[in-house]
Write a protein that binds this ligand. Sequence first.
Ligand code: S3P
Length: 164
Amino acid sequence: MTQHIYLVGFMGSGKSTIGKALSKELGRVCLDLDEMIEERAGMTIPEIFDLQGEPGFREIETRLLLEILDLPPAVVAVGGGAFIQDYNRSLILEKGFAVWLNIPVDLAWERSRRADNRPLGRNRESFESLFFEREALYRMSHLIVDIEGKSPETICDEILEKLS
Ligand code: S3P
């Protein structure tokens, strides 16, 4: 496979962790889009949301998604909202291979609530609405992997098996 492999899914689904493991197995670089956004902006994600709002954040996210198309095939862990924007989703589905790490909402909340770096993960009610609004869009991914009760190694093996 010569395209990027994009890991998509809700906050807390383990995109960064699986991204690192999968990239090692495939001998590829792992690109963490949220980290790249913070580097580009010279600010943390909550600071970007505070200063530029979500639209400012999304603008940098899309710009970077376009820029990385020129890089050699990598594993790309994208933030939970990247695949939700129509333009980004078409780009990822046309140019790459999308893997949805499907996590149940309760587990996503348990994992995300403790982190203070997720501006959209601070309130349970809005977190849950966002989750259910997004589900059908994540489902458009090329590959769906249910992650509940599985170790990162098992998830990684499952993806590798489906890719081969
Ligand atoms: C977001 C998820 C975050 C980050 C930003 C917005 C979202 O990434 O991109 O806070 O819209 O779901 P993670 O999914 O890695 O937490």
